[in-house]
Design a protein around this ligand. Sequence first.
Ligand code: NAD
Length: 324
Amino acid sequence: MKNILVTGGMGFIGSHLAEFLTKKNYNVTVFDRYNSNNNWGNLENSKYRKNIKIIMGDIRDYDSTLKSLKNIDTIFHLAALIGIPYSYVSPLAYIKTNIEGTYNILEAAKEKNISQTIITSTSETYGSAIKTPMDENHPLNAQSPYAASKIAADQIAMSYYRSFGQNIKIIRPFNTYGPRQSSRAVIPTIISQLLNKNKFIKLGNTKPSRDYTYVEDLCEAYLKLSKAKKLTGHVVNVGTNKEISIKDLSILIMKKLNIYKKIKISPERKRVKLSEVNRLLCSNKKIIKETGWVPKTNMQEGLNKTINWLRNNKNNFKENIYNI
Ligand SMILES: NC(=O)c1ccc[n+]([C@@H]2O[C@H](COP(=O)([O-])OP(=O)(O)OC[C@H]3O[C@@H](n4cnc5c(N)ncnc54)[C@H](O)[C@@H]3O)[C@@H](O)[C@H]2O)c1
């Protein structure tokens, strides 16, 4: 493994992964969605900008996807539409990007004899926990069009492994957080609302609990997984095996900032009942046993880094964006 393509590499996780791999001396190419402003998203101000090759295209079109694989031996596929609320508005967009886009990646990888493809799944594919902690055998249950599109993409990937013998692995991260995450996600939403001038913070349902991994720990997991030969054809969870409710998370962040505001539940931020995923708690036994990966960053440390980044990047944050 030397020449790596990171799809979605201008996004939150992808930009960290592209930098992380560059620091480890891999040759990194990022493939992300074309825009006429030539905006490189989260890599715009990266100190590794000169070392990373950028290709603007679209995973929904086979031509640019195939061309992005010139001189590539390994693909880390992260490009996707990820917001759950928008998947209620435009399910077909998720089908085209997440399912057809993954098909294009797999088909182009087959055509080019790519030696390894890692597909990014999500804990949302499990739906609300039936038993905890949730291991890779937990039943899949699509509670949103987003989750359905990721289940479909994972299944197509597994079928390519079984049918064509391609070296494919599926990484299934639970919630991830850290610098550069947009206020679509709950942690940046809480922090940015505490830092603004309003007297209260607006959230959706505060009862659900999640298992949060710091983004750099997830980057380590990608690398360890890519080196684990035995895990070809496997799904592998990444999480911390710890959970916290959104309410307790809000209180924890208030204490850290020493800023206390009342939480207002805003109905437009709530998921409808059957779509609400109440609990996600990761069993990370498989990745620990097979690769030796462990989450190194505790929540206090990870939140400090996220808060610092947000304090310095307040202008990036827009209000009135729904959290997940
Ligand atoms: N953030 C999380 O908590 C989390 C948890 C589990 C899984 N994931 C998965 O991790 C991956 C990355 O998520 P993220 O949080 O960094 O999201 P993000 O939205 O920050 O990044 C996604 C990237 O994909 C790109 N993209 C979207 N459509 C594209 C297209 N048609 N062609 C090319 N590029 C396109 C976007 O421009 C963006 O840069 C996704 O596959 C997501 O499902 C995220």
